[in-house]
Design a protein around this ligand. Structure first.
Ligand code: G3H
Ligand code: ZN
Length: 292
């Protein structure tokens, strides 16, 4: 069932589990995410980055693909069609194309411009019953063209951003897009606790916090972050690595592939099976199964 992400993430925030936002890259990836969400009865955001929207053929193609698959696969759990790290124009186009949730990522702008543009997207989104995510501080690393220097979100900025009327807030707390360096010194959990309490007080409700860069963070830190207010965790790299490993293992263990299993629906299957395994493991850690 296609919905916006407001209720599923508010429920998660109040009951201290986290909703997965899994990035998709194509048809089979989208099917894998929907299949796992349905089997596990886990409300889920189907996340599509600006680069993936371009790769897959545009906002309308993506929105209609997800809606049609949701119907054809009889997915009986809430699924939000979510623009990940949207530009200002991208967020507007996504809302017009039928996305049910958008992130406006203005974290590279001066704060007052980020706030102003976010408020404009909030206004547009409210008219279309679309949920909105914004970002303060920045997520470290680089992914799909999104580069951040990992600035820890200042609490005063987070309060001002929460007051724009967004539904959930991405905050830089030491998290990084892509693979984590060996010398990474962990999430700033004390800062998360303080930021989460401050923004919830500011808006008089438990404000869901979003953890970007979910791939590669130790499970115990993710569980602690969920106890401290994280209610949405974004995962992309982990699924991409699983797909890549699944195909490589298949090729390595089937040396004489020449002229065999050349049908892409067979050849690529080990990759998509590996994705499903990875997504299930994330749902176990986030505790979002059977929450439909
Ligand atoms: O917006 C996408 C997520 O933050 C994905 O991060 O690839 O490190 O899991 P990740
Ligand atoms: Zn991200």
């Amino acid at each position: 069932t296609i919905t916006n992400a407001k209720q599923m993430i508010q429920n998660a925030r109040e009951q201290q589990y986290a909703i997965s936002a899994f990035n998709t890259n194509n048809l089979e990836w989208t099917q894998a995410i929907l299949r796992v969400a349905k089997v596990r009865q886990a409300p889920t955001l189907m996340a599509i980055s600006m680069g993936a929207v371009k790769y897959m053929g545009g906002f309308k193609v993506v929105a209609e693909l997800v809606r049609n698959l949701d119907e054809a696969m009889e997915v009986d759990v809430p699924i939000a069609i979510h623009l990940d790290h949207g530009t200002y124009e991208g967020a507007k186009a996504a809302i017009a194309a039928g996305f049910t949730s958008v992130m406006f990522d203005g974290s590279d702008l001066p704060l007052d411009e980020n706030l102003k543009k976010t408020a404009e997207i909030v206004d547009l989104a409210k008219q279309a019953d679309v949920s909105v995510e914004a970002e303060v501080g920045s997520i470290g690393g680089e992914e799909d063209g999104v580069v951040g220097d990992g600035e820890i979100a200042p609490i005063a900025d987070a309060i001002q951003m929460a007051e724009t009327g967004i539904d959930f807030l991405a905050a830089g707390i030491g998290n990084i897009h892509g693979q984590y360096p060996a010398n990474w010194n962990g999430l700033h959990l004390d800062h998360l606790a303080e930021l989460s309490a401050a923004v919830s007080n500011a808006v008089n409700k438990p404000m869901p916090i979003v953890l970007h860069g979910g791939s590669g963070i130790p499970d115990d830190q993710i569980k602690q972050a969920i106890q401290l207010g994280v209610a949405k965790v974004n995962v992309n790299t982990e699924a991409q690595l699983a797909f890549h490993q699944g195909i490589r293992d298949y090729v390595l263990s089937n040396q004489d592939l020449e002229g065999k299993n050349y049908d892409p629906r067979k050849f690529l299957k080990p990759g998509f099976s590996a994705i499903e395994k990875a997504l299930n493991e994330r749902i176990d850690v986030f505790n979002s199964a059977d929450q439909a």
